[in-house]
Ligand binder design. Structure first.
Ligand code: B1M
Length: 210
């Protein structure tokens, strides 16, 4: 059944993914087993296929949607079972920028990889990022920007974290079409990822997992 569920996520079949998750739970399969052996395993394959160029963004999105739908069924059981997330991530698109397709994909893939993700949405000001870091105490703060005119808000957020004494306790990762590794280094971020699959690998590295 877990193989079938994995396949449903790979196929992007949300309805089937939800049904199979419910059935697995009702037949006594543990939530953590379902998460790791079906959902995370599927998203791992999705990420690798994308990196190899065997999968395109829309196909990655529908798999991520199926994973998300199954996660809605699983989440309460995981909380009940006290399953620890791989790490906490707060993510958002920076001030003045309302592009969110890539950011949503990154958030979904991170969730698929077992991270607990708080998505602040779009047009997130430095003040809101700081507030969310205080509230959620994440391991990683992720910022996305799609415009050359808005990526300049990224260093402002890093400066605001420093001012509030929060910078040392957190890793900052950045991404989005105009952002580069060079820019990430220039503004003092801890990491840059060019796409959602690499964002997952980067996040694992930042929490010391690979
Ligand atoms: Co906009 N737009 N747009 N737009 N738009 C671009 C970005 C642009 C390149 C188009 C162009 O001119 N060729 C251009 C930017 C030019 C520049 O600054 N260099 C542009 C412009 C100019 C604008 C407006 C200013 C247009 C106008 O009104 N005159 C305006 C700005 C609005 C605003 O934000 N204030 C605007 C508006 C819009 C729409 C609302 C119509 C819509 C957004 C809808 C939405 O997101 N809900 C839109 C869209 C769709 C695009 C394009 C066509 C597609 C973006 C996209 O979703 N890509 C885009 C052109 C293009 O990229 N071909 C364009 C798919 C997505 C999966 O990829 O977002 O790159 P991407 O995310 C990737 C990686 O970047 C990475 O992983 C993702 C998944 O693999 N990544 C991260 C992203 N965030 C990450 C964070 C990480 C790590 C990795 O860590 C935290």
């Amino acid at each position: 059944m877990l193989d079938e569920l994995k396949q449903a996520v790979l196929d992007g079949d949300s309805e089937k993914a939800v049904q199979l998750t419910e059935r697995a739970l009702s037949e006594g399969v543990g939530a953590e087993k379902i998460l790791n052996e079906a959902l995370v395993a599927a998203m791992d394959i999705v990420g690798k296929e994308y990196e190899r160029g065997d999968r395109y963004v829309p196909e990655m999105l529908i798999s991520a949607e199926a994973m998300k739908a199954a996660m809605e069924v699983l989440r309460p059981k995981l909380v009940e079972a006290g399953v620890k997330a791989r790490g906490k991530v707060v993510i958002g698109t920076v001030e003045g920028d309302l592009h969110d397709i890539g950011k949503n994909l990154v958030a979904m893939m991170l969730e698929g990889a077992g991270f607990e993700v708080t998505d602040l949405g779009t047009e997130v000001t430095a003040e809101k990022f700081v507030q969310a870091v205080k509230e959620h105490r994440p391991d990683i703060l992720g910022m996305s920007a799609l415009l050359t005119t808005t990526m300049t808000h990224m260093p402002e957020v890093i400066e605001a974290l420093k001012r509030e004494g929060l910078r040392d306790g957190i890793k900052v990762m950045v991404g989005g079409a105009p952002v580069t590794q060079e820019y990430a280094e220039k503004i003092g971020a801890d990491g840059y990822a060019p796409d959602a699959a690499s964002a997952v690998e980067l996040a694992k590295q930042l929490v010391g997992e690979s």
